[in-house]
Write a protein that binds this ligand. Structure first.
Ligand SMILES: Cc1ncc(C[n+]2csc(CCOP(=O)(O)OP(=O)(O)O)c2C)c(N)n1
Ligand SMILES: [Mg+2]
Length: 662
């Protein structure tokens, strides 16, 4: 070990413990135990440029054990990222660049938001998959312009979570050889020894997943750890797990090896004891001069790494100009193309009435022509979700060029893998499952929303239109749940044209995740639907000149019903206009003027028709409004019969509305 290595590792340990102490909150145990493995990786293997955290071909590093955030912030600081000592002193304070858990977009060099254990493992699998796909698309002999590893540091908790099992099983099956996981195996979690609840042989489990497993018994030995990483890098067919035995809170005589090192400050006496243990005599928050010059060295080294890549790319561009342009387009997007798509009439054209899931499938095929970097798939429901792209192959161990991702029956991992793909850059990603199973992947969807990642969620079989499969398969409260998620755009189209609007929004305009709620059953193409749907709500039926007595709002499969009801009432002299309301969130983004035009303040008679929970509708109907909804679980039966059973029938609703208007 070089003297400076030793000092750098100590600096990471002490800075982390000091920051937790100052914040009086945080997790000192992981940084104290895992600093050597992380340092060994960063100093000897990680290809990155701390001066440009966005360099496209950098290795990715994910701290899945997000509670150990101070480890990451200390690393970022001493390697030269834009994380200052001031930032570290502000650990966990409001508005600081060093929040409690790593937050994507808040901190230079943080690749993904972690904290919910296991998410980072799946994100890393997604990043590694993206790298493999892009490499197979763009690399040419002697021109490996996409060529990086994805590293993830996980703890016991991450590996206890089912999510990491789903993702690791998938990564093994896909043969993601450039995915390398360092496991901080300290056998401690919050309640105490992992033996309390976690006794399996992780190594055998990962071997069964198709991973290479390497064991390191001394978590302080930089050379052995480095050799293990080298071995992992050399295995190109399988992902690698490096199990590193560590001691949580190492250096604290009273706390090391115990759960009390996990999630509370050491206390001044134990912090001093740690400093004594590591013979650390500097004042608080000192980065020794040698480590500061190491920082300068790393900045220089990083720059020259990126310069090398720039030179490679320049000659690539000379030799393969079209590919180079395409590469830039994939990574940076193409505004003109998006505009062209919105104005492409054939994109909006549908020949016949169809289920919106079917329309979505057609949209995906049409989008592929515009965006060859569109990749995605379903959690084993592609035939039902209509997500499979013809002629684009399957992504697999043997074929990294395949754009159809077979996620297997793994909804949770699917969302987190999709987040990883979106984070990587270069690709547009979508996922698919039954709407009701968003419950299984909501944690990943929530992270898409927190990170503002444009992931598209194709959610078919909405409401009771699912029919015979019964209440477990019939989403009732799910729409309200997703509408309540900040930053998630929900979109429940009424017909094929509105579905096109949803897809256009999602694939070209949105900077956020979009959930498309799609029907299994056929829906009529509406006369007045189309691009207006991009405003979230618009008038889809107006009875005539006379001022309307009220408004009916509806979404998805209930819009055509609402129009039928309004037409029936119109024949009896009752004037109601119908608003198609595919997206609460897009409507909220409109001007006050537009909103007031759609929902005039003076109209008190407001009716909503939606075959789902009423939760959330009162905002638009007001207290004097009337809502036709489903506030119980569904039932098994034919869709047509169920809609009648739950009151979604023209004459019934028309009669109820007449009573209400009186
Ligand atoms: C999904 C999820 N469940 C629970 C938690 C709360 N939590 C944070 S850390 C932790 C224990 C983690 O143990 P381990 O990964 O071994 O970390 P160590 O104590 O070794 O640092 C728990 C339960 C969480 N962050 N995410
Ligand atoms: Mg642990």
């Amino acid at each position: 070990m070089y003297i400076s290595d030793d000092l750098n590792v100590k600096t990471i340990r002490i800075l982390s413990a000091e920051a937790v102490e100052k914040a009086n909150s945080g997790h000192p145990g992981l940084p104290l135990g895992a600093a050597p493995m992380a340092y060994s990786l960063w100093s000897r293997h990680l290809k990155h440029n701390p001066g440009n955290s966005k360099w496209l071909d950098r290795d990715r590093f994910v701290l899945s054990a997000g509670h150990g955030s101070m480890l990451l912030y200390s690393l970022l600081h001493i390697f030269g990222y834009d994380v200052t000592i001031e930032d570290i002193k502000n650990f966990r304070q409001v508005g600081s660049r060093t929040p409690g858990h790593p937050e994507y977009r808040d901190t230079d060099g943080v690749e993904t938001t972690t904290g919910p254990l296991g998410q980072g493992v799946a994100n890393a699998a997604g990043m590694a998959a993206a790298e493999a796909f892009l490499a197979s698309k763009f690399n040419r002999e002697n021109f490996n312009i996409v060529d990086h590893y994805t590293y993830v540091l996980a703890g016991d908790g991450c590996l206890m979570e089912g999510l990491s099992s789903e993702a690791s099983s998938w990564a093994g099956t896909m043969g993601l050889g450039k995915l390398i996981m360092l496991y901080d195996s300290n056998s401690i979690s919050i309640e105490g020894s992992t033996d309390l609840a976690f006794k399996e042989d992780v190594s055998k489990r990962y071997e069964a997943y198709g991973w290479q497993v390497i064991k390191v018994s001394d978590g302080n030995d930089l050379n052995i750890i480095s050799a293990a990483i080298e071995e992992a890098k050399n295995e190109k067919e399988k992902p690698s797990l490096i199990i590193v035995k560590t001691i949580i809170g190492e250096g604290s005589p009273k706390k090391q090896g115990t759960a009390s090192a996990h999630g509370e400050p050491l206390g001044s006496e134990q912090l001093q004891a740690v400093k004594d243990y590591y013979s650390w005599g500097y004042p608080e928050f000192t980065v020794p001069a040698e480590t500061q010059s190491f920082r300068e060295e790393m900045l220089k080294k990083g720059k020259s790494e990126e310069d090398k890549w720039d030179a490679l790319f320049t000659s690539y561009k000379e030799k393969y100009p079209e590919l180079a342009d395409e590469f830039n387009e994939w990574y940076n997007g193409n505004v003109e193309l998006s505009e062209k798509l919105v104005n492409d009439e054939s994109f909006w054209n549908f020949e016949k009435d169809m289920a919106t899931r079917e329309a979505s499938g057609i949209c995906i095929e049409r989008l592929v022509k515009y965006f060859p970097n569109l990749i995605g798939g379903s959690a084993d429901l592609a035939p039902s979700n209509k997500t499979y792209m013809k002629d684009r192959g399957d992504f697999s161990k043997e074929n990294k060029q395949g754009a159809n991702i077979r996620f297997g029956v793994r909804e949770h991992a699917m969302s987190a893998i999709a987040n990883g793909i979106a984070l990587h850059g270069g690709l547009k990603v979508f996922t698919g499952t039954f709407f009701t199973f968003t419950d299984y992947m909501k944690a990943g969807m929530r992270l898409s929303a927190i990170m503002k990642l444009p992931v598209t969620y194709v959610l078919t079989h909405d409401s009771i239109g699912v029919g015979e499969d019964g209440p477990t398969h019939q989403p009732v409260e799910h729409l309200a749940a997703l509408r309540s998620m900040p930053g998630m755009i929900t979109f429940r189209p009424a017909d094929a044209k509105e579905t096109a609007a949803g897809w256009i929004y999602s694939a070209t305009i949105s900077q956020k995740p979009v959930s498309l709620m799609l029907s299994r059953q056929k829906l009529p193409i509406l006369k007045n639907s189309g691009g207006e749907a991009l405003k979230g709500a618009y008038i889809v039926y107006e009875p005539g000149e006379k001022e309307t007595e009220g408004i009916i709002m509806a979404s998805g499969s209930e819009v055509s019903l609402a129009i039928n009801v309004a037409e029936t009432l119109f024949s009896e002299g009752i004037y109601l206009k119908v608003i198609s309301f595919p997206s609460f969130e897009l409507f909220e983004e409109q001007s006050d003027e537009y909103k007031n035009m759609i929902l005039p303040e003076n109209i008190e008679k407001r009716i909503a028709i939606e075959a789902a929970s009423s939760f959330g509708w009162h905002k638009y109907t007001g207290l004097k409004g009337k809502i036709f909804s489903i506030d119980t679980f569904g039932a098994s039966g034919k869709a047509e019969d169920l809609f009648v059973k739950y009151g979604f029938e023209k004459n019934h609703i028309a009669n109820e509305i007449k009573k209400y208007l009186k």
